[in-house]
Write a protein that binds this ligand. Sequence first.
Ligand code: ZN
Length: 81
Amino acid sequence: MTEIKLTSVITCPQCGATQQETMPTDACQWFYECPHCHALLKPKSGDCCVFCSWGDTPCPPIQLEHDCCGNSKPQTKLTPE
Ligand SMILES: [Zn+2]
């Protein structure tokens, strides 16, 4: 079993503040509001979530080497369960 980290320290690109956050395992987080300067962070292009862009730990699906939401093969339509 691969151990995954569920916490990530996000560094705000606006004010440089860091904040430890718990990552959801079942979804990607697209938006994150910095608790210090209230900037709304979005993923950089090519990244699947704010943790991959601004956190020190990539999100759980990436850690498990799964395709992350939106980043998987563009031809395949994901059907919700
Ligand atoms: Zn900030």
